[in-house]
Design a protein around this ligand. Structure first.
Ligand code: HEC
Ligand code: HEC
Ligand code: HEC
Ligand code: HEC
Ligand code: HEC
Ligand code: HEC
Length: 344
């Protein structure tokens, strides 16, 4: 054989050996185990799972949040429904790579090097489980986001660690000067009664009402967000300072319950009032400074405001839906119930 042919054969043979060795060496064992796939990579990825630490781990350092959560509906052990800390905050552990707890993407354990995320987009997080949709079992509490929350974050009202508890802003001391407010209030007595005690006069009772709410209501008349021919004109004549003062005066004034509800209607109203309790309190004293007390308010005024929410003349994200679901009889009964309740 000519020398150059022998060299060529040798070269081809060497190439074939290298190619075969390379194929043996580089091909993953599981290639073709499940067809034309690298079959073990799925298991590979799965072994890189987040390592959850359980709520008990969090308790050591975040006792406050743990205590709230442990008593809440999200820790409903009886029903077997538990929404653990790490469902919302993400895994607190490093990642488990093939049985060795190595740090891949997340770095080290929380709090040693791994920062936990505080969910800010609760309108997306909470709706994963609570947004109403056809296939979702009714036992899983659902809301229609548009009417329930609109564009607000869920945490605007719900405490995320105890979602049946509503955020209560600390009661604020009235900013205004009650003495100056008394002079202004003289102009209101004709319609709101002496010292803000309503009842039989045309305007609602104001005595003992939440000061923040009074300010909100007067400013709403002033800007036109709430429209009433008489009150809009009255409020336009008041400076922001006057509003603070007159609110401070009426909030501090001693109230007297209108107390003229029909007995039968009061009894019927009790069950309707359960729908209002979360915001207005079971007895009509609201938990939130910016939400109005209803206890002792004039019954006629309660009925007329429920009507104006229902008709869309007065608008409020929370009250609109509630008023639409109230029949006229329910509205009359619940008004009787609250008008009879003791004011404070
Ligand atoms: C050994 C104590 C310790 C444990 C256990 C612990 N944390 Fe923390 N956590 C901290 C410290 C310290 C900080 C503040 C430093 C930081 O942001 O990393 C913190 C911060 C946080 C923050 C952010 C608060 C903020 O204001 O930025 C969240 C959320 C959080 N932890 C959730 C959890 C959760 C959920 C668990 C249980 C899976 C947990 N933590 C377990 C000590 C701990
Ligand atoms: C349903 C979701 C959810 C669960 C479950 C949950 N959290 Fe939170 N957590 C939040 C949200 C949302 C915030 C932000 C609070 C805010 O914006 O007012 C938060 C805030 C925090 C903070 C920051 C400080 C604070 O209170 O604002 C810590 C710490 C924390 N959570 C720890 C925990 C621990 C510990 C658990 C379990 C015992 C837990 N969380 C369970 C949603 C949740
Ligand atoms: C992983 C799913 C999940 C997430 C995320 C979640 N929840 Fe829940 N939620 C539940 C379950 C399960 C219950 C218990 C339902 C029951 O007891 O019937 C519940 C109960 C509630 C309830 C009480 C309903 C009732 O019975 O009156 C409220 C309110 C609530 N969640 C609000 C929230 C808010 C606000 C967030 C976000 C910060 C949130 N949830 C995030 C699953 C979730
Ligand atoms: C403006 C305040 C407010 C906001 C914002 C809000 N909620 Fe609520 N939510 C309430 C009140 C008040 C109740 C209790 C009313 C009741 O019992 O009828 C409630 C009840 C619920 C319930 C229980 C419903 C049932 O049928 O028992 C769920 C679930 C819920 N909210 C989830 C959410 C989620 C998810 C978000 C964010 C998209 C959210 N909420 C935003 C005030 C609010
Ligand atoms: C001519 C009669 C009249 C006078 C004078 C008057 N008001 Fe009114 N006020 C009303 C009526 C009627 C309503 C109910 C309007 C409605 O349904 O929106 C009302 C409503 C209000 C509300 C809202 C109450 C609530 O519970 O939402 C406030 C606050 C208020 N008035 C404050 C004042 C103050 C302060 C003055 C004096 C500076 C004043 N009003 C003078 C007739 C009057
Ligand atoms: C989700 C919380 C929420 C619930 C539940 C709720 N309300 Fe309200 N309500 C409010 C807020 C907030 C306002 C103040 C709105 C405004 O400024 O117009 C209000 C205002 C009112 C007013 C007007 C008071 C005034 O002084 O002008 C009446 C009447 C009223 N609610 C009755 C009811 C009744 C009856 C129910 C139950 C069937 C109910 N509400 C349930 C939040 C709620």
């Amino acid at each position: 054989m000519p020398k150059h042919i022998a060299r060529l054969v040798f070269l081809l043979l060497a190439f074939a050996v290298i190619a075969y060795a390379a194929k043996q060496y580089f091909t993953v064992d599981s290639f073709y185990l499940f067809g034309h796939y690298r079959g073990l990579s799925v298991a590979d990825i799965a072994s890189d799972k987040p390592k959850f630490k359980t709520p008990q781990y969090c308790e050591q350092c975040h006792a406050g949040q743990y205590a709230e959560w442990a008593k809440s509906v999200h820790n409903n052990v009886d029903l077997g429904k538990v929404v653990k800390c790490e469902v919302c905050h993400g895994p607190a552990g490093s990642r488990d790579v093939k049985g060795r707890f190595e740090n891949v993407a997340t770095g080290r354990d929380h709090p040693n090097g791994l920062k936990m995320a505080i969910p800010t987009e609760t309108a997306k997080l909470c709706t994963l489980c609570h947004e109403q949709m056809p296939g979702r079992p009714v036992q899983q509490r659902q809301i229609v986001v548009a009417t329930h929350a609109g564009t607000q974050q869920c945490t605007a009202c719900h405490n995320p660690h105890s979602p049946r508890t509503f955020k209560v802003a600390a009661p604020t001391a009235p900013r205004g000067d009650a003495v100056a407010g008394k002079a202004i209030a003289a102009g209101c007595a004709g319609c709101h009664g002496e010292a803000g005690i309503g009842g039989k006069v045309s305007g609602p009772g104001l005595a003992g009402q939440k000061p923040d709410y009074l300010v909100i209501a007067l400013k709403a008349y002033k800007t036109g967000a709430r429209d009433n021919p008489v009150m809009s004109a009255m409020a336009k004549g008041l400076s922001d300072n006057d509003i603070d003062s007159v609110a401070a005066y009426f909030a501090a004034a001693k109230c007297k319950s209108a107390g003229n509800g029909d007995k039968k209607a009061v009894a019927a109203g009790l069950s309707v009032a359960a729908r209002c309790a979360a915001c207005h309190g079971a007895k009509g004293i609201s938990a939130q400074p910016s939400w109005p007390n209803l206890a002792g308010q004039s019954g006629e005024y309660l009925v007329s405001s429920l009507k104006s929410y229902k008709a869309g003349e007065r608008k409020n994200g929370m009250m609109d839906g509630i008023a639409k679901d109230l029949s006229d009889a329910d509205a009359a009964n619940v008004a009787a119930y609250f008008t009879n309740a003791a004011c404070r």
